[in-house]
Design a binder for this molecule. Structure first.
Ligand SMILES: [Ca+2]
Ligand SMILES: [Ca+2]
Ligand SMILES: [Ca+2]
Ligand SMILES: [Ca+2]
Length: 513
């Protein structure tokens, strides 16, 4: 099984760097490599640069010539570092001088034109076709890690380089600036062969490699109309480890609109694409799994082919805006867990298209300043726990989620959430004491039901219903009480919190004793 990257429509036209250089009064910091400090000093001062720190080989270069100076130095291997010359300690909004920033129309659309992104914090890993580490946006970029070898530059790394640039292209006086230019950025190359096809096993390895590095964002600008069990398993493993998985919704909206994966896997933050008018692009795949929208038409991107820049269309380029923005928000709000960040990013979106949530745009258009301020939702602990296979030791998704109650811990309280599309059920292991009684009481902000299932049950899904249910409580209304008298030895069972058909989401408190 192969996945394809989710770039839509062919590339429109190339934008030559410097063609629309901003006439900024600012300047750029340029630091020469130690070996080049004597040989290049005259070149930099001759071009208008001012030496500010001789021991560092550090110059201040007017932005009017910075792109050309940086480019020349880089070509000669003389450049150690370049960055905008910021006003330290000021609250000034970032004024990026990179020439393609004026073409980044998405800055206004997602509300970052008046914000300054933070220094490196939570990581973003793209699992894609690899990046061209010698592209001017990535050569020498700080906070850039490759998790495996990246295929040689050219067509193989084309898509990954483009996606990466939207997240993390630095403010270096060249090309464009990503949404989180100083992001801690990682790349996993899942296209070890030629071209842009990504093998299932390599995607799985990438998701796991990313999540093994601790809580962060994984960007999946890829998709297929077939659900691959092993990718689902890898995503659930990542979710359990506290990773936020972001996926492009797909580009089949005007070609049959099949359900795409991993976009339609629960717990995945699914991103549709919008255009300059803040409308959802016709190609953007729609489904009940879409969470929010980000710009994905006429997006300036880096290209590995020719090591330049161009523009592109596709949900592939919308997803990394959400990934970068999510890492930004998480860096500023480290107290959030991934389940809270998921809710913050989508519920803070600006409503577009049909009023309220809809299958084209989800909750609406990414809004970074709103996400930074959005009240923290209730945590949703012990996810993913959507069926017995998720919580049964040795189950299909054997992810070591601990039981709610045990022989030594007979009472437990949990506050959690459900969502029809993203989190359809919560299943907990609970202890049934020897010849004793277990009671579960629940209060919620919507009608939810409880059921208790014995060990050996395959699924609590109604489609697989059998004789394994021990008890259930389906009172209409927002509270529920289930009690079961166990005859015989102590044993574990499964307690499920599920939706009646007409409910879309719920937050609940559950007490088991
Ligand atoms: Ca740049
Ligand atoms: Ca989703
Ligand atoms: Ca839940
Ligand atoms: Ca769940």
């Amino acid at each position: 099984m192969r996945f394809v990257v989710t770039t839509a429509l062919a590339v429109a036209f190339a934008l030559s760097p410097g063609a629309e250089a901003e006439s900024s009064s600012g300047s750029t910091i340029v630091e020469l490599r130690p070996g080049a400090r004597c040989t290049e000093a005259l070149f930099v001062t001759g071009a208008g640069g001012t030496l500010v720190a001789p021991s560092l080989g550090l110059y201040r270069v007017p932005n009017t010539v910075a792109a050309q100076v940086v480019s020349a130095l880089r070509t000669r291997g003389a450049l150690l570092f370049s960055a905008p010359n910021r006003l330290a300690g000021s609250l000034a909004v970032e004024d990026f001088s990179d020439p393609l920033v004026p073409n980044e129309w998405w800055r206004v659309a997602v509300g970052v034109d008046t914000l300054t992104p933070p220094p490196a914090g939570r990581a973003v890993t793209i699992v894609d076709s690899g990046i061209d580490v010698s592209h001017p946006e990535f050569l020498g970029r700080a906070n850039t890690e490759t998790l495996n070898s990246q295929e040689p530059a050219g067509i193989g790394g084309e898509h990954g380089t483009s996606v990466a640039s939207i997240v993390a292209a630095p403010a270096n006086g060249l090309g464009l600036v990503g949404i989180y230019p100083e992001a801690l950025f990682r790349s996993w190359d899942a296209a070890k062969g030629q071209g842009t096809e990504l093998e299932t096993t390599e995607i799985v390895q990438g998701i796991l490699a990313a999540s093994n590095n601790g809580p962060g964002i994984v960007n999946l600008s890829l998709g297929s109309d077939r659900k691959e069990l092993v990718i689902e398993q890898a995503i659930y493993e990542a979710v359990r480890k506290g990773t936020l998985v972001v996926a492009a919704s797909g580009n089949d909206g005007d070609t049959g609109n099949p359900l795409g994966y991993p976009a339609s896997i629960p717990h995945v933050l699914t991103v549709a694409a919008s255009d300059r008018a803040n409308g959802v692009a016709p190609f953007s795949s729609r489904s009940r799994f879409v969470d929010l929208t980000a710009p994905g038409v006429d997006i300036p991107i880096a290209t590995a082919i020719g090591k330049g820049w161009r523009t592109g269309d596709g949900t592939s380029f919308a997803a990394p805006l959400v990934s970068g923005a999510s890492a930004w928000v998480w860096t500023v709000r480290p107290e959030l867990d991934a389940t809270q960040l998921f809710e913050v990013m989508r519920r803070s979106a600006t409503d577009i298209d049909v009023q309220g949530r809809d299958d084209l745009s989800g909750f609406g258009l990414l809004n970074v300043s709103a996400a930074l301020a959005y009240p923290a939702p209730v945590r949703d602990p012990l996810e993913p726990n959507d069926d017995i296979e998720f919580v049964r030791p040795g189950g299909l998704y054997d992810n070591s989620i601990p039981p709610l109650t045990t022989p030594t811990k007979r009472t437990s309280n949990v506050q959690a959430r459900l969502d029809r599309a993203e989190d359809p059920r919560d299943v907990y292991r609970v202890w049934l004491p020897k010849n004793g009684r277990v009671t579960a009481t629940l209060t919620a902000d919507a009608n939810v039901d409880l059921s208790l299932w014995k060990q050996g049950t395959v699924s609590v899904s109604e489609r697989v219903i059998g004789t394994d249910r021990l008890a259930r409580a389906t009172t209409p209304g927002t509270s529920e009480r289930l009690t079961f008298a166990n005859k015989g030895p102590g044993r574990f069972a499964f307690l499920a919190v599920v939706f009646p058909k007409d409910v879309r989401e719920a937050t609940y408190r559950l007490r088991v004793s």
